[in-house]
Ligand binder design. Structure first.
Ligand SMILES: Nc1ncnc2c1ncn2[C@@H]1O[C@H](COP(=O)(O)OP(=O)(O)OP(=O)(O)O)[C@@H](O)[C@H]1O
Length: 304
């Protein structure tokens, strides 16, 4: 099984450290989302994994070897880093054929890649006339030519319509289901929530989280409970005395942390307080992501 190992990976451009001592492992058989706000260093990291940018420190290996040491790179790792890197005058077929031939791969790999990405019917059309969605498929077809065990995709759904997004999402999942190692970058938590099993979250070049999706939500502050009662003031004092932290919210609601819903319910029963609502809050993945990356967004929007 082939993993991607990133160890102490660092990239400086002049005084700016854009990737800062990153260490993580991308495991086979699952989709790993590489998530972070714009400018967090995702593309630079992927380029270092692919040997296109030299690290200042540290290393990235694929199956234990640096990209430059792979004997037949296209058969070991495929990467879609920039879908516009296609000659516009070439047909989809010729684009893939040129790649296959120059990498010593058999011609029948082209037909297989075209059919896997649903491009057979447009194989003879020039790539310059392709929609963004079709260009992405062509880029993905190119990554599959060598049937590699490891695949990297940089923001593959950017700019796509819902149908294109769904196709890419299902495609990534099918690659992982075949046991491949799949690393997909995005700046959208909502997208990753539907695609990834595991998340590597970065901000300002640094590792913020390396976690399963469920664990991320728990770490980002699940555990508050919304309480509603006509006796909000009195009950808030009781909760505080019992060790909870209480914030008053509109419409006689209290947002309570430090006690479980069950403990709050028992406290209400003991003090004869009638509750009209007692709801444990589950933060959305988007909330979890915003909370985690709050201090690391490169250009935070000005406060309203
Ligand atoms: N060749 C370069 N020279 C100088 N600075 C660079 C270079 N490449 C990237 N950077 C800077 O490194 C930082 C990280 O960029 P990178 O593209 O890796 O981030 P990203 O997380 O992929 O963001 P995005 O989603 O916006 O592409 C940015 O501030 C960028 O301006």
């Amino acid at each position: 099984m082939t993993t991607i190992e990133v160890r102490g990976l660092t990239k400086r451009y002049g005084p700016q450290t854009v990737v800062d001592d990153l260490t993580f492992t991308v495991e086979p058989g699952q989709v790993t989302g590489f998530l972070g706000p714009n400018g967090a260093g995702k593309s630079t990291t992927m380029k270092m994994i692919m040997g296109l940018v030299a690290p200042t420190h540290g290393a990235a290996t694929i199956g234990g070897r640096r990209h430059g040491d792979l004997r037949s790179p296209l058969t070991e790792v495929g990467a879609l880093l920039d879908a516009s890197a296609v000659h516009p005058g070439r047909t989809a077929y010729d684009h893939l054929l040129a790649l296959a031939v120059s990498n010593g791969l058999p011609r029948d790999r082209v037909d297989r890649a075209l059919s896997r990405t649903g491009l057979e019917s447009v194989a003879g059309r020039r790539a310059g006339g392709f929609s963004l969605g079709m260009r992405q498929r062509l880029g993905i077809a190119a990554t599959l030519l060598g049937d590699p065990r490891v695949l990297l995709f940089d923001e593959p759904v950017n700019g796509l319509d819902p149908e294109g997004i769904r196709w890419i999402r299902e495609f990534m999942r099918s690659l992982a289901a075949e046991g491949r190692t799949v690393l997909v970058s995005s700046h959208l938590m909502s997208e990753m929530a539907q695609t990834a099993d595991h998340l590597v979250v970065v901000g300002r070049g640094r590792l913020i989280a390396d976690t399963g999706i469920g664990d991320l939500v728990r770490a980002a502050g699940a555990g508050t409970v919304l309480v509603r009662t006509d006796e909000a003031g009195t009950f808030a004092r009781r909760l505080t005395a019992a060790g909870a932290t209480v914030r008053e919210a509109p419409e006689a609601a209290l947002v309570v942390s430090g006690l479980t819903g069950e403990e709050i319910g028992r406290l209400a029963a003991r003090s004869g307080t009638a509750l009209s609502e007692l709801t444990p809050q589950v933060p959305s993945l988007e909330d979890a992501f915003m909370e985690l990356t709050r201090d690391s967004v490169e250009y935070a929007g000005a406060a309203a």
